[in-house]
Ligand binder design. Structure first.
Ligand code: C2E
Ligand code: C2E
Length: 168
């Protein structure tokens, strides 16, 4: 039973949490009206990496980025595989300012430490107590911010809050 639970909460390739576990935690946090920050992460130029070096190297790159993320967030933070080369982090109880700081730390770590060098882009959204946000709205803001990060040069963090796009 424990093994089965582990399989459900863990992503097989990266050993990060699974998307369903992340979903569950965020829903719970929204229901309990807890503050939190959400980071969507995408490995830049991943299609090119896959097409040029093959899927094995592609998988290795995903694993390496996942390991760097896991080593640079707290045990109480939830790093997950969203799907493909997209990862996500849910930071329970973390303010927008700290969330951006953490995302920037990860962008820098990956830029400095990956071998072969790859970069990541991050879209950040935040919800505060009493805001009555939906998960869909939260995801939409982070995803939009990520899109802007990609459009404006990659290897960076963009925040989308209250319909204002901030480049950090
Ligand atoms: P900081 O690195 O500038 O982080 C400022 C605040 O952002 C932290 O305040 C915390 O509220 C939040 N924060 C930063 N990184 C994370 C993270 O990975 N996960 C979560 N959940 N929150 C994060 P806090 O806790 O009062 O820490 C103050 C300072 O103490 C930090 O400033 C940092 O300089 C140092 N610090 C605390 N824990 C660690 C750690 O595990 N490793 C390192 N290297 N420094 C730490
Ligand atoms: P942890 O809390 O699981 O954090 C894992 C790693 O996430 C840290 O490794 C660091 O790279 C990053 N990190 C977490 N919080 C912060 C932060 O506030 N600021 C920055 N800049 N980075 C952060 P690190 O530094 O090797 O620390 C390993 C473990 O040592 C931490 O695991 C934590 O258990 C403990 N630790 C280190 N510094 C502090 C501290 O200032 N306060 C507390 N309470 N624990 C600390």
């Amino acid at each position: 039973r424990e093994e089965l639970e582990k399989m459900v909460v863990t992503d097989h390739l990266t050993k990060l949490f699974s998307r369903s576990y992340l979903d569950e935690k965020i829903h719970k946090s929204l229901n309990e009206d807890q503050e939190g920050t959400f980071i969507m992460i995408d490995i830049d130029n991943f299609k090119m990496i896959n097409d040029t070096f093959g899927h094995q190297i592609g998988d290795d790159v995903i694993i390496q980025v996942a390991n760097l993320i896991n080593a640079n967030i707290r045990g109480s933070d939830i790093g997950a595989r969203w799907g493909g080369e997209e990862l996500a982090i849910y930071l329970p109880g973390v303010s927008l300012t700290s969330g951006v700081l953490i995302a920037e730390r990860l962008v820098t770590k990956v830029f400095e430490s990956s071998e072969p060098q790859v970069t990541i882009s991050c879209g950040v959204s935040h919800w505060s107590k009493g805001r009555k946000d939906s998960y869909a709205a939260l995801f939409k803001r982070a995803d939009k911010a990520l899109y802007v990060a990609k459009q404006t040069g990659k290897n960076k963090v963009i925040v989308q809050e209250n319909d204002i796009v901030l480049e950090k």
